[in-house]
Design a protein around this ligand. Structure first.
Ligand SMILES: Nc1ncnc2c1ncn2[C@@H]1O[C@H](COP(=O)(O)OP(=O)(O)OP(=O)(O)O)[C@@H](O)[C@H]1O
Length: 578
């Protein structure tokens, strides 16, 4: 098996998003140097030049000279020192406003995405409405309400900046929410706080850093503007805006008075903008890649009114599905009354063309139907858990585990594999981190990972597609699920790697009691792997076959026959195919 020899650290077969590694570029370096140098200079100035900046002296209204680089004002205060000290005040206020607006905005934005659907839609609308008002206008109104003063100014500008950050955070959460690793985390019952701190925030870091730079730059300019028009810092305090306002009356007679504050506003805001541009340029475009097929929602299937349906036959199978119907919000059925069982240690294949309802059937069993879709059935059970009633996250996690098509989206790119793979054991089984690592190491060995400790130390992007898919299988087995749903688990893998994954599924069938629902387009794979096969078309099961019937071509439905005929076969008969 080709991928077994591939160790962590080699090039991945299927690249996944790779957050966190900052790639420096000219804009980022220039912006950082500009801001850091200015920050250091103004901080030193605030500590050492306070007397020249604020002490009265007889040298009033002096022109620029070696002693006073920008001259002095009408009270004999050194304008260069005042500009530097004022810049420090502006810098600190802009940092405070940025910290407040970013914290509040990110909390609001991520909370919106973990809220119930109606609350979320309402909150998103409110955010959209508030974003439509220009920030500066909102800051002016708030500053007028709060009154003049340093902290009032900080609060006004911070509040005005919150909607933009909240919208960005909500949009980012929305897109990350749809990725498989978040779906998995929800399926395994990861608490909401951990979902936000472990899975959402680390994957939003890059765009949020860019937003920090933008919020700082616009905040600094807004504060300076408000102080300039008299709504911010008041005499005797001063910031850059206040210094500009003080210089205004003498703008024609002594224009040099505006030079210091103007230059410092420019330097600080350009520094922040360069950092923002640099971060945007450095951002790995793959970070925002989303390849979700199954947006999460814990839609609870409804008990179907089965007055005219026949009484379901008693069955001891761990997975029992009767009369499953999945509908759109407008009532249109997408899956029409599907029924099947899966026995212990049995692999049931589901085949059919794209859109035939395979995934929706599987997602009904894991309660992860996309929003807007509802499921009804007269029976929907996995290992005694009635999915038509109320179930806890833990019951669901014990009952069902999923392996997805694209191992590149299955794991959170920001976390090491060890932390993710042990999550279900720590969350559900109450295992200590050490116990969880031991168990998962054993499971990784079972799925033929050569060096489990090394894999546990790696980030997902350091692994090949085959290794990630094996790790996904190990994580799924950690929950000891009664039902394993494998939704086209080999589609994104090359043939050799795919063969290894199929062998793992066979091994699970042979060595455990786990029932497997194996979804595939590929009838060739299904006839090799599965014990039984359901053929779906337009949301209906058109035929159910044993693997033997499929192999020998004993099919009755024309659609199945057509699918069979489309499977390429190698003939070993001499002369055949010539
Ligand atoms: N969120 C949704 N809203 C509305 N219709 C949907 C939604 N998800 C799927 N459908 C529709 O339901 C039908 C069945 O989709 P499903 O994803 O189950 O098909 P599938 O057989 O798994 O296809 P594929 O092999 O391409 O994954 C399709 O017609 C699809 O367009």
């Amino acid at each position: 098996m080709a991928e077994l020899t591939q160790q962590a650290g080699t090039a991945p077969a299927t690249p996944v998003s790779r957050p966190g590694r900052l790639r420096w570029n000219a804009a980022l370096i220039a912006g950082t140097v500009l801001l850091v140098v200015t920050g250091v200079v103004v901080t030193i100035a605030a500590l050492t030049m306070l007397e020249s900046a604020e002490g009265l002296s007889p040298d009033i209204a002096q022109p620029a000279s070696a002693a006073h680089w920008l001259g002095t004002d009408d009270f004999g205060r050194d304008l260069f020192a005042r500009a530097l000290v004022g810049a420090q005040a502006s810098l600190l206020m802009a940092l405070a406003a940025t910290a407040i607006s970013m914290t509040a905005g990110v909390l609001i934005g991520t909370a919106i995405w973990t809220a119930p659907r109606r609350v979320r839609e309402f909150a998103l609308r409110i955010v959209e409405i508030t974003v439509s008002y220009p920030e500066l206008l909102v800051a002016v109104v708030l500053a007028a309400i709060l009154g003049a003063g340093r902290w009032q100014l900080v609060v006004a500008v911070a509040l005005a900046n919150i909607p933009a950050t909240a919208r960005l955070a909500a949009n980012l959460s929305g897109s990350i929410h749809q990725r498989d690793f978040v779906t998995t985390a929800r399926l395994t019952g990861v608490p909401r706080r951990a979902l936000i701190s472990r899975h959402l925030l680390p994957n939003m870091a890059e765009p949020l850093l860019i937003q920090v730079a933008a919020a700082f730059s616009t905040g600094l300019v807004a504060m300076s503007a408000l102080s300039f028009v008299g709504l911010g810092v008041q005499t005797p305090d001063y910031d850059l805006g206040r210094l500009l306002a003080d210089a205004l009356p003498a703008i024609y007679s002594r224009p040099i008075e505006v030079v210091g504050p103007t230059l410092l506003i420019l330097v600080l805001s350009i520094g922040a903008m360069l950092i923002g541009d640099g971060l945007a340029a450095a951002a790995d475009p793959r970070v925002n890649r989303t390849a979700p097929r199954t947006p999460p929602a814990t839609t609870e299937p409804r008990q179907r009114d089965s007055a005219d349906a026949p009484e379901p036959a008693e069955s001891s199978a761990p997975v029992q599905v009767r009369d499953l119907v999945v509908r759109r919000a407008d009532g249109t059925p997408l899956v029409h009354g599907v029924s099947f069982d899966i026995g212990r240690g049995e692999i049931l294949g589901v085949v059919g063309e794209s859109g035939s309802g395979k995934s929706l059937t599987a997602l009904s069993l894991s309660r992860l139907l996309p929003e807007g879709l509802t499921a009804e059935a007269s029976r929907l059970r996995v290992a005694g858990v009635d999915l038509l009633g109320r179930t806890t996250r833990r019951e669901l996690a014990d009952a069902v585990a999923m392996i997805y098509q694209d191992p590149g989206t299955t794991f959170n790119p920001a976390l090491r594999m060890g932390s993710q793979l042990t999550e279900v054991l720590r969350v559900h089984r109450g295992k200590s981190a050490r116990e969880a690592r031991e168990i998962i190491t054993g499971l990784l060995e079972d799925v033929h990972i050569v060096d489990p400790p090394r894999l546990l130390r790696s980030h997902p992007y350091e692994l090949s597609g085959g290794m990630r898919q094996r790790a996904m299988i190990a994580a799924a087995l950690a929950a000891e699920p009664s039902l394993l749903i494998a939704d086209e688990p080999t589609t994104a893998l090359d043939v050799t790697v795919a063969a290894g994954i199929l062998r793992e599924l066979e091994r699970i069938r042979d060595e455990t009691d786990t029932a497997t629902l194996f979804i595939s387009h590929d009838l060739g794979v299904v006839e090799e792997l599965c014990d039984r096969v359901l053929v779906m078309k337009d949301g209906v099961i058109v035929e159910e076959l044993s693997a033997e019937q499929l192999r020998s071509g004993e099919v009755t439905d024309p659609y199945t026959r057509m699918l069979l005929e489309s499977v390429p076969r190698l003939s070993t008969t001499p002369g055949a195919g010539a």
